[in-house]
Design a binder for this molecule. Structure first.
Ligand SMILES: *Cc1c(COP(=O)(O)O)cnc(C)c1O
Length: 388
């Protein structure tokens, strides 16, 4: 166990919190809450339904939504597909214009790509030099036939935080709908859907110390009547997403979101401290660049570009589990589309690492990570001098 590299990839996924595992396993065995939540004729089903509805209130509670506005899905990828294809379908035959950005997650980009293929027109906004999509940029891109805008709250590679309230005001004024992928934001940013001008929002459990394979889509009142189901068969979730509800996954997601709310202040403060501790070391490294806005960001995720040639990625990977880009891109060897959109060339994209901190990162981990980075990024002679 001790030879494993230190985990610095919380943005790719998180381990399930022990308290969440406890809730989850109680929904599995024959002595547990194993019933089908749709079986309302007996107590097994009713108890399962009770757990599902509690979880729905817990998820809604963290983001200041109403429980009825939460639809269960298999993860943020499915939520993004349901939101984008489900709204586009209400335009059948009419076509229309969609706005998104070049630095979205592939679950949005590939889905919008499908819609483009089906005949919709799409504007892919470039981020500003800070890695942000601004309300002004969105305003300038709105067209007469724009019906949908999809932008993320927190960028998964950079940790930058978009002003989705400012963006939503522009979009709403125009009469279009705003979808926000918030998979990277939950538990790290306060989300207030009751007052935010956002119509659809995607969530995932496994980025918030819950299990993989479960997520949700918030469907606000303006989107409700326009959203078309993408998975049919039984009419579960008010007809918006059929399929037997995965009680254990759903109960676990509810518990994970409730927990995220309980620890929010303490965890955010602690991780901000760890980030400062890490940055205090990293500023000593010549020509190191922190990608993305310094202020409008979460403290958990850092994208760092090293001066070329000085950086031994393989050696660093022995000590730290980090990622080059998002986990979904790292299956391919292509340079990160996010970094390219920020103006990096392929070479400097390759000299970039993403470190992401989380619930189990300690001050000692930060010290070891900082040392490993120093050991592997610069000519040893530099540090020999620097240490004297
Ligand atoms: C992880 C992630 C997704 C995909 O979520 P899954 O639940 O794994 O499908 C989508 N968008 C963003 C921003 C993510 O970070």
């Amino acid at each position: 166990m001790n030879n494993l590299p230190l985990y610095f990839d919380y943005a790719a996924t998180t381990p399930v919190d022990e308290r969440v595992i406890e809730v989850m396993v109680k929904c599995l065995g024959k002595a547990g809450n194993f019933g089908n939540p749709a079986s309302n004729s007996h107590v097994y089903g009713q108890q399962a339904r009770h757990s599902v509805e509690l979880a729905r209130r817990q998820v809604a509670g963290l983001v200041a939504a109403d429980a009825e506005q939460i639809v269960w899905t298999s993860g943020a990828t499915e939520s993004n597909n349901l939101a984008l294809k489900g709204i586009a379908q209400s335009r059948a035959g009419q076509g229309g214009h969609i706005i998104t950005s070049r630095i979205e997650h592939k679950a949005v980009l590939d889905t919008v790509g499908q819609l483009e293929h089906a005949g919709f027109s799409v504007t892919y906004l470039a981020p500003d030099a800070q890695g942000l999509i601004t309300p002004q940029a969105v305003k300038a891109a709105l067209q007469d036939d724009t019906f949908l805008v999809s932008l993320m709250l927190v960028n998964n590679e950079l940790g930058t935080l978009n002003d989705v309230v400012g963006i939503g005001e522009q979009v709403r004024h125009h009469g279009a709908l705003l979808h926000v992928d918030a998979a990277q934001a939950v538990g790290k940013v306060a989300i207030e859907l009751a007052s935010w001008p956002v119509d659809l929002m995607s969530f995932s459990a496994h980025k918030v110390y819950g299990p993989k394979g479960i997520g949700a889509l918030y469907v606000g009142p303006r989107a409700r009547g326009q959203l078309h189901a993408q998975i049919h068969g039984g009419g579960h979730e008010s007809g918006l997403r059929s399929g037997t509800l995965a009680t254990h996954q759903i109960a676990a997601m509810g518990a994970a979101f409730a927990l995220a709310g309980e620890v929010f202040e303490e965890e955010t403060t602690r991780i901000r401290g760890l980030q400062q501790q890490l940055l205090a070391h990293l500023v000593q490294i010549p020509q190191l660049r922190l990608n993305g806005c310094r202020d409008q960001r979460i403290p958990h995720t850092l994208s760092l570009t090293f001066a070329s040639a000085d950086f031994n990625r393989q050696a660093l990977a022995q000590v730290l589990a980090f990622s080059s880009t998002s986990a979904c891109n790292s299956a391919s060897t292509a340079a990160s589309h996010v970094l390219l959109a920020l103006g990096h060339d392929a070479e400097s994209a390759r000299q970039t690492i993403r470190l992401s901190l989380g619930r189990y990162t300690t001050g000692q981990d930060i010290e070891r990570a900082a040392q490993a980075i120093k050991d592997n990024v610069c000519a040893p002679a530099f540090w020999a001098v620097a240490r004297e």
